[in-house]
Design a binder for this molecule. Structure first.
Ligand code: FCB
Length: 491
């Protein structure tokens, strides 16, 4: 990858008319109310209640109580002048067993939320799956596999399509923007490979099977949405492509980059954008699986025509050709340490290095060039496909001041740099239609529990009080002006 640069003062600072200024959240990270109105446990309920899996023993049982505070949260968004909001639906809230009939109370919650958003002029984007598989589906063994069900099982993809049809039926008259999956890489490789995410399995072959069934689920789900939604609906997916660079230009380091590009990116974009698994991916993983679980029509199904691609970006990766150790892997996937790898077949060949740059509280380097690179790279790979940045943001150790206000100049700098990257990508030809800051609110950050604060709005977890941070006020000003100020300061 060529090193792109981002210079916040160089490009035209204005964003295109109609550009969406949004924020994003996910059901398990904010809703709480895990036992209310017929909801059953998801794999994240089970995982977070398993000792040792989540820092501090934190769970999403209460989270930020969005299930009860959603009206106030929509008002917060309106006060900040947001024009878009991306949220996910909790599968086990609307279809508790992961199969069969829906629960009306669950669907009513999301209908009311959407109505409130629309009443405030905020465009909703629904993500169907942000990692919270109904536990019943993880416990189901349709093919008799002793290891467990879940995404390594083909049937889960069919269950997902049924669920997609249910949500389309309930919200299709009022929601235009739909995303099938959030970051299937994490579901497959952190959930079934390194095991740092739910359901916490550590089986490289299962991780690859999961990846394939997520591709299939995406295609089947997109078709179910297409069948159930009005023609104006726009259907996409949110990926977390890795902006992966070789440490040096040496052929060996370039080959390490190729391997990670295959396992992080092309394992999903191959089927979804081109209807194929690349030969190098199949060869690199041949000792782990023969991919015989790929059915005749699967790749055609996964290659469903998309209306947009969502890109989630936080930090780039740097790789070289050398064996990886556990510390390398923690830096690479950034979601927690494990003695198991999220990179099936790559460990003997690849080592991860930290990219230069200031570090966030996640220890992720701040480097907006990766975002610009990805937006231009996917513009080249899928010409004409509209792009949205469906997640971007940073955790810092925010502490309220004496008057309760929360100053987070680092987050303002982070957002300023990354919005400049978006603006430059647009100037260079990328059709980027919107940006969703991660996250609206501080929330349950998966294996890190409540220890990492990504919100533009601070949440006092003892009282659930919400306080917009300086970055929220800054973002509101940028959104109102539709242009980036020259420097990352509030005034
Ligand atoms: C992404 C997830 C999101 C959040 C951010 C920090 O990988 O999609 O839920 O955890 O990371």
């Amino acid at each position: 990858m060529s090193l792109t640069s981002v210079n916040p003062t160089s490009a035209d600072p204005t964003f295109p008319p109609g550009f969406l200024w949004g924020a994003a959240t996910a059901a398990y990270q904010i809703e709480g109310a895990v036992r209310e109105d017929g909801r059953t446990p998801s794999i994240w309920d089970t995982f977070s209640h398993t000792p040792g899996k989540v820092l501090g023993g934190d769970t999403g049982d209460v989270a930020v109580d969005h299930y009860h505070r959603w009206r106030d949260d929509v008002r917060l968004m309106a006060d900040l002048g947001l024009s878009a909001y991306r949220f996910s639906v909790s599968w086990s809230r609307v279809q508790p067993t992961g199969r069969g009939p829906a629960v009306q109370r669950g669907l009513d919650f999301y209908r009311a939320l959407v109505d409130e958003l629309l009443a405030h002029g905020i465009q909703p984007m629904v993500t169907l799956y942000h990692w919270d598989l109904p536990q019943e589906l993880e416990d189901a063994f349709p093919s008799g596999s002793a290891a467990g069900g879940g995404w390594p099982e083909r049937d889960t993809a069919h269950r997902f399509a049924e669920y997609a049809g249910i949500v389309a039926g309930a919200l299709g008259d009022r929601v235009e923007m739909w995303s099938t999956l959030n970051e299937p890489w994490c579901s497959a490789f952190l959930g079934y490979g390194s095991g740092v995410h739910a359901p916490g399995r550590t089986d490289p072959a299962a991780a690859l099977r999961a990846a394939h069934h997520l591709n299939l689920a995406h295609g089947l789900g997109a078709q179910a949405l297409r069948d159930g939604l009005p023609g104006r609906a726009r259907i996409g997916v949110s990926l977390n492509p890795s902006a992966v660079r070789p440490l040096t230009p040496s052929p060996a380091d370039q080959d390490a980059r190729r391997r990670i590009d295959a396992l992080a990116n092309r394992v999903f974009t191959g089927p979804m954008l081109r209807g194929t698994y690349d030969d190098d991916l199949l060869a690199d993983t041949a000792a782990i699986t023969d991919w015989s679980f790929v059915g005749d029509n699967d790749l055609r199904i996964a290659h469903h025509p998309l209306d947009f691609l969502g890109i989630n970006y936080y930090a780039p990766a740097v790789v070289s050709a050398a064996p990886a150790d556990a510390v390398d892997r923690q830096r690479a996937d950034g979601h927690g340490a494990s003695s198991h790898s999220p990179w099936p077949g790559a460990d003997e060949h690849v080592s991860f290095h930290r990219a230069p740059g200031e570090l966030t509280a996640m220890d992720w380097p701040v480097d907006p060039t990766g975002l610009k690179y990805l937006l231009l790279d996917y513009t080249a790979q899928a010409p004409g496909l509209p792009l949205y940045v469906t997640e971007n943001g940073a955790a810092f150790d925010d502490v309220p001041g004496a008057g309760g206000q929360v100053h987070d100049p680092e987050r303002i700098r982070y957002l300023h740099g990354h919005l400049a990257a978006v603006r430059e990508a647009i100037a260079a030809g990328a059709d980027v239609r919107g940006y969703y800051l991660w996250s609206l609110l501080d929330n349950f950050e998966w294996a890190y529990g409540y220890s990492k604060r990504f919100g533009a709005v601070y949440v006092d977890y003892a009282t659930q009080a919400r306080t917009p941070k300086s970055s929220a006020h800054w973002y509101a000003k940028v959104a109102a002006a539709g242009e980036l100020p020259p420097s990352p300061t509030l005034d």
